[in-house]
Write a protein that binds this ligand. Structure first.
Ligand code: SF4
Length: 264
């Protein structure tokens, strides 16, 4: 990192008790984000998180599905920005191992992840649609049980963090460290964008960070159980096994909207 977090110019953002004012993606604002992103390319994830907290807290949040990257970021948050509001999109279709991981992380690091639930329980939702929608219309199911929750979790926030890495998939290869998320109208921060899969697992093993046991059973990525499968040994795409047999690879949270990656 070439510049310390404390020397970064402070933008005008709300503080606790202030009336919420959404950020406006003016050309100057976007240019500043691009500049910060370029500067943070050489920063450590901890430095990126500290920068984000300094700039956007308390209007900074993080969504996690308790993937390996999310677990690593949670441990960093516990150290450098423990007040950050973190939430999970608790669709009702998550594996029990994922739900258990939430408690293991909370016990070890004191980070309580808020489990946001859709308005309708799974039985209510499936009764309403006369069957499971993930079989017939997964895009709508993800919209109802993930995207709407993300809007709820990021309500009156200015920035959100995610654990995406550029080497996870072609969709994510252009992720900026800091960019404007047009879809959710938030600054999006990806502290691990530069990390490789090996970096994540080295940190997990070095620090004995709890992780989802399904990763040891052939699941490179763990989402909802109806849409996640174990993959054959040797599969290198981290998103393999998600919505297997369909063209769908993302639930819509991290879909690229702009060729420069600013919409990821
Ligand atoms: S991943 Fe599958 S079960 Fe989960 S919300 Fe999307 S379609 Fe529904």
């Amino acid at each position: 990192m070439t510049q310390s977090a404390s020397s970064v110019a402070e933008p005008k953002v709300a503080t606790r008790g202030d009336t919420f004012e959404p950020l406006e993606p003016t050309p100057e604002f976007l240019s500043d984000l691009a500049e910060q992103s370029a500067r943070l390319e050489s920063a450590t994830p901890e430095e990126i998180i500290s920068w984000a907290a300094e700039r956007y807290a308390p209007r900074l949040t993080m969504a996690t599905a308790f993937g390996p990257e999310g677990c690593v970021i949670l441990t960093m948050l516990a150290r450098v920005a423990p007040e950050t509001y973190v939430f999970n999109l608790d669709t009702g279709y998550q594996f029990q191992q994922t739900l258990d991981l939430r408690d293991r992380i909370a016990e070890k690091y004191g980070v309580e992840v808020d489990m946001l639930k859709p308005d309708l329980s799974v039985p209510e939702y499936e009764a309403f649609h006369k069957g499971p929608l993930y079989k017939t219309n997964p895009a709508q199911c993800c919209m109802d049980r993930k995207i709407k929750l993300l809007h709820r979790g990021t309500h009156e926030k200015h920035a959100w963090m995610s654990g995406i890495r550029r080497d996870q998939s072609a969709d994510r290869a252009q992720a900026a460290i800091v960019g404007w998320d047009k879809k959710f109208k938030l600054v999006k921060i990806s502290p691990l964008a530069n990390w490789k899969k090996q970096d994540v697992w080295k940190r997990i093993l070095d620090e004995n960070i709890p992780y989802n046991p399904l990763h040891d059973q052939g699941y490179p990525s763990v989402g909802c159980w109806p849409c996640t499968q174990a993959v054959a040994e040797g599969e290198t795409d981290d998103r393999a096994g998600r919505w297997s047999g369909t063209a769908k690879t993302e639930c819509g949270l991290h879909t690229i909207q702009e060729s420069d990656g600013s919409g990821i």
